[in-house]
Ligand binder design. Structure first.
Ligand code: ADP
Ligand code: MG
Length: 463
């Protein structure tokens, strides 16, 4: 095989990393990096800013080194370098084009390696996507149970297994999980997206290597085909897949297919292909509920080795509803922010770092007067006293609770909260909030008080 230059090597590594990390973290950290040099088994990678370089170095270097070593075919280390304005505008911008210009020639001259390369790339599974790391909740339990069943009784349980669900809900994770489990039973699996399948199929026809193509697909015990919706409307490809499918099915090889919609919605996917899918089991993955979302975040935070306060997990799981990928992206963002600014990961920091991503809860925001009057009536304190200078214990603690709840229930700034509780400055407000925040963790009775006041506030707030 022709030796790859550093830029090509890095491009290939990025291709593999893209399969392994979440979309937001790929876009945030990896997308704008370039391969600068490769000497003595060390790759120097240019990053667009010191932030990015530092993050990659601290959080991703082992993942990157593993991917790089596979591409290089030998153990390889990585070093990050911040690109100066000059280089980031000249060579890195030109290199991808130069690379693209070279591609047709190199694929002519090295067609078999090219096919082989696609093949090896297709085999790569994300080591983190295992059945064990998959959090099971109501929304995905059927899909999970089916995945476990086909992993232990390959080819005989449900064949094909057809998994469907919206974007970012765990289909690819389950396919990889089945791949890992199959591999550990000594089975020969092949994970491929229908895009890759399509490319290989077309290349095999162009290169007159259809025999090789068929052989490759027929020789697997478990075929994991991701994102089959890409085959819609491509009849020749569907035809190719139909034959592959029949070959495998007839010899009791397991087929698992993932799709972002139910097979009945795959019109115009050839009828006979669709009817084949009905032979097996269709399992859908639905939107996860709040508990499942939080459990997933807990697992991800633990896997990153970061202690994330419960409050922050709540904030994220309450606000990111539509995809687990986004949920994870939000967690990554909060952790990155805390890491890079060397600030404690707390609720403040989470709000700050998520900023515009937070779709404020649909719940109506209560006016501050409601919060204050509910706190006062709960503790039997006059409204006047709460906003006065009085500092006796009863009034002070009611005031602190009011501040805490104003912070939790409204979107007011510390400064604005200060002004509605008798023109107090924002450090006093922050101190009061933090005090209640801490106390409620250990003081069960305080926690219960806060909950019942919150419920009253909610009752008083028109929706
Ligand atoms: P899809 O293929 O359905 O678009 P993915 O499998 O790529 O979604 O999942 C997106 C991200 O969410 C991945 O990082 C995956 O690990 C994570 N994820 C999805 N569902 C779960 C789950 N039940 N438990 C743990 N992680 C999950
Ligand atoms: Mg997927």
């Amino acid at each position: 095989m022709k030796r790859l230059n550093p830029s090509q090597m890095w491009e290939a590594t990025l291709g593999s990393l893209e399969l392994q990390v979440s979309r937001p973290s790929y876009a945030t950290w990896l997308k704008d990096t370039v391969g600068l040099s490769f000497n003595d088994n060390r790759m120097v990678v240019g990053a667009p800013s010191p932030f990015v370089a530092q993050w990659l170095e601290r959080r991703m270097s082992s993942l990157i080194e593993a991917a790089l070593s596979q591409v290089a075919g030998l153990p390889t280390t990585v070093q990050f370098q911040v690109m100066t304005q000059m280089t980031s505008h000249t060579s890195p911008r030109e290199e991808p084009q130069a690379l693209a210009a070279q591609l047709p020639q190199s694929s002519n001259g090295h067609s078999s390696q090219n096919g082989g390369q696609n093949g090896t790339r297709a085999f790569r599974l994300n080591p983190k996507y295992t059945l064990d790391s998959f959090v099971v909740g109501q929304s995905n339990q059927l899909a999970y149970a089916a995945a476990v069943a086909v992993s232990s009784r390959s080819g005989t349980a449900y064949n094909p297994l057809f998994l469907y669900g919206g974007v970012g809900l765990g289909k690819t994770h389950l396919l990889h999980g089945i791949g890992h489990a199959s591999a550990s039973r000594g089975l020969n699996y092949l994970y491929v997206s229908s895009e890759q399948f399509t490319n290989e199929f077309i290349t095999s026809i162009q290169m007159k290597r259809t025999g090789e193509f068929r052989e490759k697909y027929r020789s697997v015990d478990v075929l994991l085909m991701d994102d089959i919706q890409f085959m819609r409307g491509k009849e020749a490809i569907q035809e190719g897949f139909f034959h592959t499918f029949n070959d495998l099915h007839n010899s009791n090889r397991q087929i698992v297919i993932a799709c972002d919609r139910p097979s009945s919605a795959l019109v115009p996917l050839e009828d006979r292909l669709r009817s084949r899918f009905q032979w097996g089991l269709s399992a859908d993955i639905q939107l996860p509920d709040l508990e499942t979302r939080k459990a997933i975040l807990e697992v991800k935070a633990a896997a990153m080795g970061v202690g994330v306060p419960d409050e922050v997990l709540d904030l994220i799981s309450e606000n990111f509803l539509s995809s687990i990928r986004d949920l994870e992206g939000a967690l990554n963002r909060v952790c990155a922010y805390s890491d890079l600014t060397a600030q404690t990961l707390d609720l403040d920091l989470a709000y700050l770092s998520l900023g515009d991503l937070l779709t404020m809860k649909q719940k109506q925001v209560p006016p501050p007067e409601t919060v204050i009057s509910q706190v006062c009536s709960f503790y039997g304190v006059e409204n006047q006293a709460l906003v006065s200078k009085r500092r006796d214990k009863k009034v002070t603690s009611a005031r602190q609770v009011a501040i805490y709840l104003l912070r939790e229930c409204t979107q007011m700034s510390l400064k604005d909260i200060g002004s509605v509780v008798g023109n107090r400055d924002h450090t006093t407000v922050r101190h009061a909030w933090a005090k209640i925040f801490k106390e409620k963790i250990t003081d069960k009775s305080l926690k219960a008080q806060l909950e019942s006041i919150s419920a009253r506030i909610e009752e008083q707030t028109p929706s």
